[in-house]
Structure formats: C-alpha cells, structure tokens
Design a binder for this molecule. Structure first.
Ligand code: MG
Ligand code: MG
Ligand code: MG
Length: 305
C-alpha cells in the first residue's frame, strides 16, 4: 500500500521539495511512497521546479483510510480535514510540536533547525544514499528559502553546511546569487489581489481553542506595498470574519532591512501588544530583527492564549 508524503496546507517550497526529497529517499529504502501536495504552489516553488526540472507533486486533499508521512508541519489546522482517519507513519519537521496525535508508534525526525530539507539531507547521509543532482539543487533552494539566505534566526551551522554540500552535488557555484533571483520572484506583488497576498504564506493555529491566522510576505523591499497597506488591512478584516479567527496577523518581512511590519486585526489587541512588548499604532508596528514566524512570533503569542 502506498504512503502519501506531503507538507502543510498552502504549501511553501520546503513542503513541496520535502515531499519530493523524502519520497525519493523512502523509495530508495524500499518503501512505496508518492509525493503529494495540499494546494497550489507559489511562484517561488515554480521557479525552483523549473530551474532543476522537478516534477510537481500530485494534488491530494483527502487522506481518510490512507497511510501518510508528514513533512514541515504537525499541526492539525495545517493538515487535510480528515487526517484523523489516516495512519500517520511519521513526521519530519522543524516547527514546534503541533497537536496531531497517533494511535500507533511513529517515526519522528524533528529538530530545531532552519529547514525540513536539512533534516532530509541528514537522513540521506545516515542511510548512506546518494542525492541526485537535480534533487540536491531543489533541496538547497528550499533551505535557502526557509533560512532567508542564512539570515533567519532559525538558521544553524547544520543548514549552512547542508547548503554547501548540496551546492557541490548540484554543481551550483554562486548559490547566494541564485537565491537572490528566487527572492526577487518571491517578492513580486504586481497584479496580485489583497486576498492573494494575505493567503500567500498563510498558516492557521489553534491557540487554546482560539483560531489565530498568521500570514507572512518575505520581500526584498516591502516599500513596494506602501500604498497597498490599507487595502491589505481591509482584506484582513474580512478574512478574520470569514475564517472565524480571534486574531489575524500579517508580517510584511523586509529581508534586506531585516525586520517585519506587523499588521494586526484581533478581538484582543492587548494580547498582541504584550506578546511583542509594543504599542500598535494604526493597527501596525515595525518589529526590528523579526524574520521568523516560527521562532519570533508564534512562541510569544501562544502562551498568552
Ligand atoms: Mg513550511
Ligand atoms: Mg520549513
Ligand atoms: Mg517560511
């Protein structure tokens, strides 16, 4: 029986490339696996697939009765709706431990490092299996994306070492230049509706029974959105209603200035203010040095719920 390997809803490059890299490894180990995805891919991920000739994983949003292996998440809110009717064989992840539980023992590779693909890279090493050139290139790009070219506080020596090794296998000399090309693609907002911006890297969290939605736009220069902030904010208000959220946050992350403009709609704005020890003005605040949702946002917000 096949095992379906997939990342979180609203998949990013780590989720898509991770489903490809982990299923390749598992198939080499004699386990029958197929890479799938829970939704449309981003322009950034398309750039990676095009660059290295990767195949798009098939779309699969229902998993009742199936065997599954999760990569890049362990939160129920980021899983298919019927995940509790599936058998979770394992998890590879670098986020906080989520709220999914299992009935059977499972294989877990969870570490506080920069990218799930770095963990897959270590799995390849521990099983002594070669990584094909194109797959190495895609894994390298996923790590460069997740670690914001090593700038994110989530980035570790293990991640930088993995990128260097993968770049050799992929025969990419200037991986930082290629990563900048990728971030230029990622930064494009022209012609995108406010809703498509607000859902581009959106994640939902269950915080003690309250639903909190956090979107992040990582851009080379967020001033490109200066005259659209009000429109984005208005759409956040309607998204909060439609999704039944307690709080909706959008982080406009400027990877060159190394900080994020936080926009907030909440039933209790004081929670957000005490999480970040700041006062919101006009429902927004600049958070210097904040680049990582998983390390610098969620851990401060969650305990207040
Ligand atoms: Mg991810
Ligand atoms: Mg990741
Ligand atoms: Mg990310």
């Amino acid at each position: 029986m096949l095992t379906y390997i997939f990342g979180h809803t609203n998949p990013d490059s780590d989720s898509i490339v991770g489903s490809l890299s982990l299923s390749y490894l598992k198939n080499k180990l004699g386990e029958d696996c197929v890479a799938t995805r829970q939704g449309d891919i981003s322009a950034e991920t398309q750039f990676i697939l095009d660059k290295f000739g990767g195949t798009l994983p098939e779309l699969k949003t229902s998993v009742a009765g199936e065997k599954v292996f999760l990569i890049d998440f362990s939160d129920k809110a980021q899983a298919p709706k019927d995940i509790m009717e599936a058998t979770i064989l394992g998890i590879v992840d670098h986020h906080k431990l989520g709220d999914l539980t299992t009935d059977t023992p499972l294989e877990c590779w969870i570490r506080p490092i920069g990218c799930s693909n770095t963990i897959v890279y270590e799995m390849f090493q521990s099983y002594n299996i070669d990584i094909p050139k194109d797959l190495a290139g895609m894994m390298m790009m996923a790590i460069l994306s997740d670690t914001v070219i090593f700038k994110s506080p989530t980035c570790t020596k293990v991640d930088t070492k993995a990128v260097k090794e993968l770049a050799k296998i992929a025969e990419v000399e200037d991986y930082k230049a290629l990563a900048m090309e990728m971030f230029i693609v990622k930064s494009a907002t022209d012609g995108a509706s406010a809703r498509s911006l607000n859902t581009r890297d959106y994640k939902a969290f269950d915080m003690n029974g309250k639903k909190v939605g956090i979107n992040q736009l990582e851009m080379i220069d967020i001033s490109a959105l200066d005259d659209r902030v009000d429109e984005i904010y208005a759409d956040m208000q309607s998204m909060k209603e439609q999704e039944g959220l307690h709080t909706m946050l959008v982080l406009l992350t400027d990877i060159m200035k190394e900080g994020s403009l936080l926009l907030c709609v909440s039933d209790d704005i004081s929670k957000v203010e005490s999480a970040f020890k700041c006062k919101l003005e006009n429902n927004r605040v600049w958070l210097a040095g904040v680049l990582s949702r998983k390390k610098q946002v969620v851990p401060f917000l969650q305990p207040l719920f």
